[in-house]
Design a protein around this ligand. Structure first.
Ligand code: DX5
Ligand code: ZN
Length: 225
């Protein structure tokens, strides 16, 4: 199953003093999804933003809000993120003892269901939930910060995830250290959704973002050939 290549800029690298405009600009510049990195200072060693910030960003675009929850526990907050306007909610398999319950809750809330794995977590934890997810996110850095280096061993993990997915229409997303240099290998291995923070939100406003996104898309298409 070949799904479209999608670029999902992470607003973690945007100017937080003018987030609404930064979201609007990146979509205008060609972003397919908007990636929202939620951090709690407990599951990951950093704190970002919560559902109220997402709610305040919702009026700025109709684009898909791809919410990546780096929080533990996640279950008590899923409804708040759904109500805030997230279109997809992704939880970490490491964030709680009842992954299947978390996924079912997101499904019940009517949102696209995502699951993600830290670099050290084996794919085998997904074997029993494959029919319950719409998206698998492979972390290609240890979550918590933008601007880190892509971990090369994750290319093989993406390839194995693609094989595990088989014919299912599951989006295969990669997050961390995605640049025009690393995106091709990730595409060739089977990923179709690419989170990019620092590689998109660099330069000087919307025209820079447009060039950055076009560069990433071009390199991704190249990787598919
Ligand atoms: C890391 C976040 C990423 C991060 C990506 O914890 O989940 O989404 O913002 O940033 P870059 O693209 O700069 O590696
Ligand atoms: Zn993320």
């Amino acid at each position: 199953m070949t799904l479209p290549i999608r670029i999902a800029p992470s607003i973690l690298a945007a100017d937080f003093s003018r987030l609404g405009q930064e979201v609007r600009d990146v979509v205008e510049a060609g972003a397919d999804w908007v990636h929202l990195d939620v951090m709690d200072g407990h599951f990951v060693p950093n704190i970002s933003f919560g559902p109220d910030v997402i709610k305040s960003l919702r009026p700025y675009t109709k684009a898909f809000f791809d919410c990546h929850l780096m929080i533990s526990p996640a279950d008590p907050y899923l409804e708040a993120f759904a109500k805030a306007g997230c279109d997809g909610i992704t939880v970490h398999a490491e964030a709680g003892p009842h992954l299947h319950r978390s996924l079912q809750t997101i499904r019940t809330l009517g949102k696209k269901v995502g699951v993600t794995l830290n670099p050290a977590t084996p794919l085998s934890v997904l074997e029993n939930v494959l029919d319950d997810v719409d998206l698998i996110l492979i972390m290609s850095v240890n979550p918590g910060f933008g601007g880190q280096k892509f971990i090369p061993a994750m290319v093989e993990k993406i390839r194995a995830a693609k094989a595990l997915i088989g014919a299912r229409p599951i989006e295969l997303e990669v997050d961390g250290g995605i640049t025009a240099e690393t995106i091709g290998a990730a595409t060739a291995a089977g990923a179709n959704v690419f989170v990019a923070g620092s590689a998109v939100y660099k330069g000087d406003g919307i025209e820079s973002y447009r060039a950055n996104i076009a560069g990433l898309k071009g390199a991704a298409e190249q990787g598919r050939k």
